[in-house]
Design a binder for this molecule. Structure first.
Ligand SMILES: [Zn+2]
Length: 511
């Protein structure tokens, strides 16, 4: 616990603080979670991770009613600034309310015009006006006008704009918005310390939903590693119980990565924008319809059409069919991610997605830089750990064992070896060494994570991680005499083993 500047007592770790009323966590895997976002004004609960299709009130490719009924959308997002600025739509929204106007039975979130601000440099509403307007038209989750600071700006600009965003959040707290939830965007450009501070500040307000803002330019430039760092920093400030929205992230290829980071809400304009451009979304990237000889998908659109059929459709119909396919793929991936969280294999899914593009691999590697942070929410026990790439050696489960191994009780003399002990009798005990985890008492062999599935042909990263486990054990137990028996591990890997450990290569062990 520590005292914040204004003297309130705050827990350092989010989960010891009282839970936010509107958000409840049900299940976790790595940084990912299944949660329930209660949206009082819509009298509904949205299961997260959730996708919010973006609806342009002036042109809908797929009607909101169809989004709910055919695709199971529980929540969508539309832009209150566009509604506010389009006279006939504004009048209708004020008269009938947003739910009637859009004909959508679920929850409706509204954006404020911040995106327009970042694109055109100027908008003509204040936070107070736009929040009141969102409340008046019946929005369920409103958004203040924050300043979306782009990546790589000067520190001075990032700080100044963050200060303005923070003032707007304080204004937003004072606007009477009834039981409309209000989001508190987290900015800070590409400065992790500013993102973290912005997260803490937003978390200390009484606002409800936390978009990590201005990451779209990073995603457009395939800077998934920088995106991960920005989100990780925001999450450190926000604490575990805050529902986090990765604003503008609509490509299904990166949902698993975003969820593993701890994001709960995603919005997609991509499904419609890409369709307009004859682009076909897949979880492994985007394809041009013109280049497809086959449709690698089983959704209704792709089972009823060949690529030639789609290409032959009139523009408007083709756009609608492509948008429908794009949405099917998008919602399918969200369901797959939720199932992966349930089954405890979200990181295996992230590893698969990381193989779709080298930039995604950078994103996954950046995610593993934050293994200690992910470890805080990762369950102690879950389904079998699958070692499917050398990056697996850096997963939070491995890191956790390396912490835990320092607390295990050791005898006076200890033999560590892969597989069965070849010469265990001379020692008080013989423990197993299993790459990538390292040493553990044989009695734990059937416990998680040592039930892991590993390839027979191990790799250097796994061996190095195992040695790291040996080092941690030896350093924590200076009184214990340790012998390490291994099967032909390369010298380079063994270099890290402390000198006082006797190392025996069992392949050449004739005695
Ligand atoms: Zn399809």
């Amino acid at each position: 616990m520590y005292l914040t500047e204004n003297g309130t007592l705050t827990a350092v770790v989010g989960n010891t603080r009282s839970m936010r009323e509107c958000f409840e966590l049900r299940d976790a895997d790595a940084g990912g979670r299944i949660g329930e976002l209660t949206v009082p004004r819509a009298e509904t609960t949205v299961e997260t991770p959730a996708l919010l299709p973006v609806i342009n009130p002036n042109l809908d490719t797929i009607s909101p009613r169809r989004l709910a009924e055919e695709f199971g959308a529980e929540i969508l997002i539309t832009n209150s600034y566009i509604i506010h600025g389009t006279e006939d739509v504004r009048e209708q929204a004020l008269e009938e309310g947003l739910h009637e106007l859009l004909d959508f039975p679920g929850a409706i979130m509204t954006d404020s015009g911040s995106f327009q601000l970042s694109e055109y440099g100027d908008i003509d509403v204040t936070t107070e006006e736009i929040l009141e307007f969102q409340h008046e038209i019946g929005s369920d989750i409103g958004t203040p006008v924050d300043i979306p600071t782009p990546p790589d700006v000067s520190r001075e600009r990032a700080e100044d704009e963050l200060a303005t965003t923070q003032e707007r959040l304080e204004v937003a707290e004072d606007v009477d918005t009834g039981d409309m939830l209000v989001s508190a965007p987290v900015q800070g450009s590409t400065y992790p310390d500013l993102r973290e501070e912005a997260g803490s500040h937003a978390d200390a307000t009484d606002l409800d939903v936390f978009p990590v803002g201005a990451v779209v330019p990073l995603m457009n430039d395939y800077r998934y590693d920088d995106m991960v760092d920005a989100v990780a920093a925001a999450k450190r400030g926000l604490g575990a119980d805050a529902p986090v929205h990765l604003f503008g992230a609509g490509h299904p290829m990166m949902f698993a990565l975003g969820v593993a980071m701890g994001c709960d809400l995603f919005d997609s304009a991509a499904y419609a924008l890409y369709a307009r451009d004859d682009r076909y979304l897949t979880v492994r990237g985007t394809r041009q319809l013109a280049e497809l000889d086959y449709l690698p998908c089983s959704c209704p659109v792709c089972t009823e059409h060949s690529p030639d059929d789609l290409r032959a459709l009139p523009d408007r119909d083709r756009e609608e069919e492509l948008a429908a396919h794009n949405l099917h793929v998008t919602f399918e991936e969200i369901r797959r991610i939720k199932q992966a969280i349930r089954a405890g294999n979200l990181l295996e899914l992230v590893e698969q997605r990381a193989r779709a593009h080298p930039a995604m691999l950078d994103g996954y590697r950046a995610l593993l830089d934050h293994a200690a942070q992910l470890e805080q929410s990762d369950p102690v026990s879950k389904g079998s750990f699958f070692y499917t790439s050398h990056e697996s050696a850096r997963r939070p489960e491995v890191r956790r064992h390396h912490e835990r191994v320092t607390r295990l009780e050791t005898p006076d003399s200890l033999f560590l070896t892969e597989g069965e002990p070849a010469r265990g009798d001379e020692y008080d005990e013989s423990w197993r060494v299993e790459p990538p985890f390292g040493p553990f008492p044989r009695a734990l062999s059937k416990s998680y994570p040592f039930t892991a599935e590993l390839p027979e042909r191990t790799d250097r990263a796994a061996l190095e991680a195992a040695v790291e486990g040996v080092v941690r054990l030896v350093e924590a137990n200076p009184e214990t005499e340790v012998t390490l028996g291994h099967w032909g591990w390369p010298d380079g890997v063994l270099e890290a083993v402390p000198e006082r450990v006797e190392v025996v290569d069992l392949m050449g062990d004739g005695d």
